[in-house]
Design a binder for this molecule. Structure first.
Ligand code: PEP
Length: 252
């Protein structure tokens, strides 16, 4: 049985003080509402310490939105997994489409980060997904295959328990457009089948696959009702208690 895993990607929003205040309000609201999903928030790097403090003892995971592919060294402006771990951060989002497109992150580079995160004992939420042009050009499966095989290259079967996949069609991120539950489920089913082929049906069966792309209070139930959708990676709607609470309590 796969436990629902709902995550909020705050992107470049929330100063440390705002983030801490918001995290406390969210934790309180989640507790009062009896939310029982696995929950994660990913604040910007500088906001992480304040949010960790605010969420201590709540069980809500605090993740990073990215990390460098080295443990330390002359990489000005970068943040390493060792630094994150020292703070108490054990989960990192890698391969988000904004990083792929704005910062030109390749599958090879993402793969180096995935391998390093695992070596450092961290959990990874690995984002994959196609652009509208790729979808309309019939390349969905080819794109997902390239990303999955490239990003997970050399990841050992026993380490797959540290991997969550977030299927995020690029055209649905921050646009208000959502994949239909059927389209999302079929992409998730493809990802699961590909992972079964790369690893085993057991590993694929246990793999958590989140959907991301304009998830909100009104579409979350229909998405989560689908067989292959095990959670959500939420951007815009994770930035207020009013919008995020109905998502983390979609099953109430
Ligand atoms: C995201 O950033 O991963 C995302 C899915 O954003 P939004 O929910 O705003 O589309």
């Amino acid at each position: 049985m796969r436990k629902a895993y709902i995550a909020g990607n705050w992107k470049m929003n929330m100063t440390p003080s705002k983030g801490a205040r918001f995290a406390s309000e969210l934790a309180k609201a989640a507790k009062e509402a009896g939310a029982d999903v696995k929950m994660m928030v990913a604040p910007p790097f500088v906001t992480i310490p304040a949010v960790l403090e605010a969420l201590k003892g709540t069980g809500i995971i605090v993740a990073a939105q990215n990390m460098n592919d080295h443990v330390s060294g002359a990489y000005t402006g970068e943040v390493s997994p060792e630094m994150l771990k020292d703070l108490g951060v054990e989960t990192v989002i890698l391969g988000h489409s904004e990083r792929r497109s704005y910062y030109k992150e390749s599958d090879e580079f993402i793969n180096r980060k995935v391998l390093l995160a695992i070596e450092q004992g961290m959990d990874v939420v690995l984002c994959v997904g196609e652009t509208l042009e790729e979808r309309e050009g019939g390349k969905l499966e080819e794109v997902l295959t390239t990303q999955l095989t490239g990003d997970l290259k050399d990841v050992k079967p026993e380490d797959m328990k540290h991997i969550t996949i977030a299927y995020e069609p690029v055209w649905a991120i921050g646009t208000g457009k959502t994949a239909t539950p059927e389209d999302a489920d079929s992409a998730h089913a493809f990802i699961r089948a590909k992972v079964a082929e790369m690893y085993s049906s057991d590993i694929a069966e246990n793999l958590i696959i989140q959907y991301g792309g304009s998830v909100n209070a009104s579409n979350v139930k229909a998405l989560m009702a689908k067989e292959n959708i095990d959670g959500a990676l939420v951007g815009g709607a994770s930035l207020s208690v009013e919008k995020f609470l109905p998502i983390i309590t979609y099953d109430k």
